[in-house]
Design a protein around this ligand. Sequence first.
Ligand code: ZN
Ligand code: ZN
Length: 306
Amino acid sequence: MHSLTFLGTSAGVPTRTRNVSALALQTQNSKAWTLFDCGEGTQHQILKSHLSAYHLSRIFITHLHGDHVYGLFGLLASKGMQRSPAPLEIYGPRGLKEMVRTVMRLSQLHLPFELHITEIGPGDRLQLEGFTLDVIPLSHSVTSYGFILAFDDTPGHLDTEKAKAAGIPEGPLYGRLKRGETVTLPDGRRFEGKDFLTPPTPGKRLALGGDNDEPMRFAPFAPFDLMVHEATYTQEDFDRLPRKFKHTTARQLGLAAQKMGLSKLILTHISPRYDTDGRILELLREVERVFDGEVEIAYDFMKIKF
Ligand SMILES: [Zn+2]
Ligand SMILES: [Zn+2]
């Protein structure tokens, strides 16, 4: 199983219960993990979680607004103090390299590990350990990206009963069959591994959004098993704002998810105004009125497995 841990779910500023944006992805059978966005204080959130910055190997930044990136510098400095030797990859929009390198230069931050910063753009596809990641352009006041993660299929199991019935002796040959190899018995009979494997389990598809006011930008890439997207306000509150910011409302996100035929949606990047259970319910109800699938509102340290 893979898992997502929400390390920050507040929009713009932290509150007493929610920190600013950060989301951790752990993939099956790997200690190395991936972080999506790194708002200020993310390193404190990591310390309070089951995760360790030591094993953090990759960071994706959706956009350069402070509530998504200001935690990067403190996290880098602390990771450097841990003498973590493995290289760290950081991916994000144009300008990220200059931002990080400038802070490092001015504060004389020297890291004991290799730091690779890659500026990404729409249409980029990265083949990573366990999944493929596609970069899609979103609509926000600065360049902002969403990511489509397509996880590798889980190979089928060896049907040992079938192998026994075929007269293949137990032992190392079973390992070779499991890897899909062809095995030949001393009597000359040949068997193909694929004939003894149960069907593979298809890998899940995830949609992760940065800040965005057009959730339908994800539609060409649907379906997804899960979508995690900002829903900063209810429609009612948004309509009353004297100045509009480029964010999605709960209603707008619900309508988009319904159109895309999604089955599960998680709302995050919640405005600090929804600081009570009652107010959070307003967001939830607004989505539920227009979306038939399962909905959850993320909270800090919420962990989901998939
Ligand atoms: Zn934001
Ligand atoms: Zn933003």
